[in-house]
Write a protein that binds this ligand. Structure first.
Ligand code: IPM
Ligand code: MG
Length: 359
């Protein structure tokens, strides 16, 4: 097939992990007989430096034209003055809103060997296979923000329609998986949570009777994620709670460097990013873990290009590289490989698996 992919490396380790993603896309195209046109754009701090805007019009235009968008990371200490009017993160938030990608999928499936690096007991991590569906374009991230005298206000606002569409997405995914949906809120305190709870309950009752629904308060969920993670299947929650809980769940996987994400809207196009951020402390040293980004490429191929076999081949190759101990510095102190070698290890295994599949 022919497809256009917008590649936005961004800041910090973004360019390093995206270089491996580009290699992988080229390899998949060659191996599986596709034509991927990769068009690069600026976003975040580097875009502020280049033209004063964290999401230049040209970048947005490239993203709108593309079949899928792969993003590295945005932000860093250079642009984090709290009084700054323009911030790298605004570029990412504007891009998510402009593309209408309201459903953010963040799978957490600990690799058995790597999970030993987790501070969580191995026996609790057995059979953990969680898919977060985080609402991504509403709530306090996008509500009105203002100062009034010595007060600061972030409005948290949700409409029924915004809750319905992401609920349907989460319930459809639960139906394809183990049929369980856990909705996380703070309905004992927040009005928005009460609207969420009523809406999620109605959609599940009327449209997905075969999916089991439970509601859990976010404070309790913060604890259950670490005490009984294997009891969850799909976890649906609003924007800010989802941001916090998905970082927490990175502990289950052993490293932030392993978790990909897909942000989807209505038309199949999507935005794909590792969840780890720009990691300024290790940027430029070639030691970042590229696997989260390579797994995000797999999600792009699956959800936006409908290339399921290719997506699986990448996931298998990453799993095998991890099986074989090809681990970056976030996972081991001694014998760690650099970003490029980890990317090459995946390519080598992708080659092998594609040939095996074709044989
Ligand atoms: C994430 C990040 C972003 C968010 C930041 C960079 C704005 O933490 O994707 O989880 O809060 O959504
Ligand atoms: Mg986050």
């Amino acid at each position: 097939m022919k497809a256009t992919i917008a590649l936005l490396p961004g800041d910090g380790i973004g360019p390093e992990v995206c270089a491996e993603a580009r290699k992988l896309l080229v390899a998949v195209a060659t191996r599986f007989g596709h034509q991927f046109e990769i068009s690069e754009g600026l976003i975040g701090g580097c875009a502020i430096d280049a033209c004063g805007d964290p999401l230049p019009a040209e970048t947005l235009a490239r993203c709108r034209e593309a079949d899928g968008v792969l993003l590295g990371a945005v932000g860093g200490p250079r642009w984090s003055d709290p009084n700054a009017k323009v911030r790298p993160e605004q570029g990412l938030l504007r891009l998510r809103a402009a593309l209408g990608v309201y459903a953010n999928l963040r799978p957490v499936v600990p690799h058995p060997e790597v999970a030993r690096q987790s501070p969580i007991k191995s026996k609790l991590l057995r059979n953990v296979d969680v898919l977060f569906v985080r609402e991504l374009t509403g709530g306090s991230y996008f509500g009105a923000k203002r100062r009034e005298g010595d007060a600061a206000i972030d409005e948290c606002r949700y409409t029924v329609g915004e809750i319905e569409r992401v609920t349907r997405q989460a319930a459809r995914l639960a139906r394809q998986r183990r049929g369980k949906l856990t909705h996380v809120d703070k309905a004992n305190v927040l009005e928005t949570s009460r609207l969420w709870r009523a809406t999620v309950s109605r959609i599940l009752r009327d449209e997905f009777p075969e999916v089991t629904l439970e509601h859990v308060l976010v404070d309790a969920m913060a604890m259950y994620l670490l005490t009984r993670p294997a009891s969850f299947d799909v976890i649906l929650t609003e924007n800010l709670f989802g941001d916090i809980l998905t970082d927490e769940s990175a502990v289950l996987a052993g490293s932030m460097g392993l978790l990909p994400s897909a942000s989807l809207g209505e038309d199949g196009r999507g935005l794909y990013e590792p969840i780890h951020g720009s990691a300024p402390d290790i940027a430029g040293r070639g030691i970042a873990n590229p696997y989260a980004t390579l797994l995000s490429v797999a999600m792009l191929l699956r959800h936006s290009l409908k290339l399921e076999a290719e997506a699986r081949a990448i996931e298998r190759a990453v799993r095998q590289a991890l099986d074989d101990g090809v681990w970056t510095a976030d996972l081991r102190r001694r014998g760690a490989v650099c970003t490029r070698d980890a990317g090459d290890a995946v390519l080598a295994r992708l080659t092998a698996t594609a040939e095996a599949a074709a044989a």
